[in-house]
Ligand binder design. Structure first.
Ligand code: NAD
Length: 441
């Protein structure tokens, strides 16, 4: 959990504060039980390990609901490869409508080798970009925190790990190269049409620059073309300011250090990014120390000394890559949750990993990132900070007791290595045992 999250939850009376009075505790639990509201959650389980890890998160939410008196109502919608199989499109309108009418969305992951050869617009990943855009989710928060118990699972040297780290990566989510103009072009001067039949030759010559990537070509004709492909990185001042404010505000509540990551030595879009970040910092957040860092250096510094970072703000693609790298420092990509938010309270919460087709259906996926994503959802979208704390504490205690999934097992004894379902059960056991003890106080 980030320092920002910690501060917020402390403001809202942290459930786990060790020195609170018994009287306070009883009142809080009673208050919590009385405030039984219904929360409508759209579930996009997706593909690969998606259904397994989302089921785990729902079981944990079920335990939270039961103990603290909250009702979570789930509606499942198709997204990604499973949606393509069922409806022919990665993000059916019904899914968008369902998400837009929910209080919040919990997503597993989409994609897999089965759909890898589809055209760009039909690929499962289109569902991710589409739902982010439809819900206006422009900021993606990825807390990168090393649990004390997992120091052994980090690939970093002990002397680096000993310093600890608690980083918040703020990634812009609805702009940049993932959403910019893209396409393919035929390189005219290298087209060799001498051995192509007349009709096909005309078809080839009629392919224009703008529609060449959409035009299906007979496989034998493809060899007659030399193509180029392009994607465009474009950011407007408004987009940069919008994500910049999220990052500056987060940094102001933490250690007041913001690192803006770009590639301003090469890219014009990065030069604008840098200018706007500095203007924003100077005019609105003078208390935050803003540092620029080139993305290649940032990739290296994350390994060399992650403790130097507080909040990192960066573009869609750089954030995608750097947060995967950072996740490994914590032991596994299966540990990192994320929240995606726009202007309102409704958000989309998901582990940062993909659908891990290599381990899907084997009950070995680490469910913790998704369970922690559910905790973020409770805090940021459903205004249940105490319940969020209860989940995060239960995860920490379960790890402290030595329980591990394969990806974070390092040198753990074999009998402490659990599958997805058993790890989920251990976390639920923690939630129930802690709250039981409190209710008896
Ligand atoms: P991946 O994150 O799915 O897997 C990378 C490695 O991490 C694999 O070895 C996998 O087994 C492991 N891993 C991931 N999550 C784990 C977990 N919870 N527990 C234990 N190990 C875990 O990345 P990839 O293999 O590059 O992509 C697979 C598919 O997922 C592709 O189709 C890709 O496009 C898609 N993808 C989807 C999302 C998303 O839905 N948000 C994000 C990234 C990639």
């Amino acid at each position: 959990m980030s320092r920002n999250d910690k501060q917020n939850s402390e403001k809202n009376m942290n459930y786990v504060t060790k020195n609170r009075t018994q009287h306070d505790t009883k009142n809080r639990i009673q208050h919590n039980k009385k405030s039984n509201t219904q929360h409508n959650i759209a579930l996009l389980k997706g593909d690969g390990i998606g259904p397994e890890i989302v089921n785990s998160a729902c079981k944990v939410l079920g335990a939270i609901g039961e103990k603290y008196g909250h009702t979570f109502i789930y509606k499942e919608y198709l997204a990604g490869g499973c949606a393509i199989d069922a409806t022919g499109e990665p993000l059916p309108q019904k899914t968008i409508d369902g998400c837009m009418s929910s209080d919040s969305v919990l997503l597993g992951a989409v994609g897999g080798p089965k759909w890898d050869n589809l055209a760009g617009d039909l690929r499962p990943e289109k569902a991710l970009l589409g739902i982010r855009l439809a819900m206006g989710l422009y900021s993606n928060l990825r807390p990168v925190r090393l649990f004390k118990a997992l120091k052994e699972a980090s690939p970093l040297r002990a002397s680096i790990v000993a310093k600890g780290f608690d980083i918040l990566i703020v990634r812009e989510l609805t702009g940049g190269i993932y959403f910019g103009e893209r396409g393919r072009e035929i390189l005219k001067d290298v087209t060799n049409l001498s051995n192509v039949e007349k009709n096909d030759r005309e078809a080839l010559l009629n392919i224009t620059k703008s529609d060449s990537h959409k035009t299906p070509l007979k496989p034998n004709l493809k060899t007659n073309l030399k193509e180029s492909a392009f994607d465009t990185e474009r950011y407007s001042t408004d987009e940069i300011e919008r994500i910049g404010r999220v990052a500056f505000k987060a940094a102001a509540k933490r250690r007041c250090q913001l690192t803006s990551v770009d590639k301003a030595n090469v890219l014009e879009s990065s030069r604008l990014w840098r200018e706007v970040m500095h203007r924003l910092g100077a005019s609105e957040y003078p208390q935050v120390k803003l540092t620029d860092m080139l993305v290649d250096n940032a990739a290296m510094q994350l390994i060399r000394d992650p403790s130097q970072f507080d909040v990192i703000v960066t573009t869609n693609m750089f954030g995608d890559i750097l947060s995967d790298e950072a996740s490994q420092l914590t032991g596994s990509i299966g540990m990192l949750p994320s929240s995606s938010l726009g202007l309102g309270k409704r958000g989309l919460y998901e582990p940062i990993s993909g659908s891990a087709p290599d381990i899907a259906g084997r009950d070995i996926a680490n469910p913790i990132a998704t369970i922690l994503s559910a905790a973020m959802m409770l805090r940021h979208s459903l205004c249940l900070p105490l319940a969020a704390d209860a989940i995060e504490d239960a995860v920490e205690k379960t790890l402290d007791q030595g329980w591990r999934t394969t990806d974070i097992a390092a040198d753990s004894p074999k009998n402490y290595v659990l599958g997805t379902k058993d790890m989920t059960a251990k976390i639920i056991e923690q939630i129930l045992s802690v709250s039981d003890a409190r209710l008896l106080m």
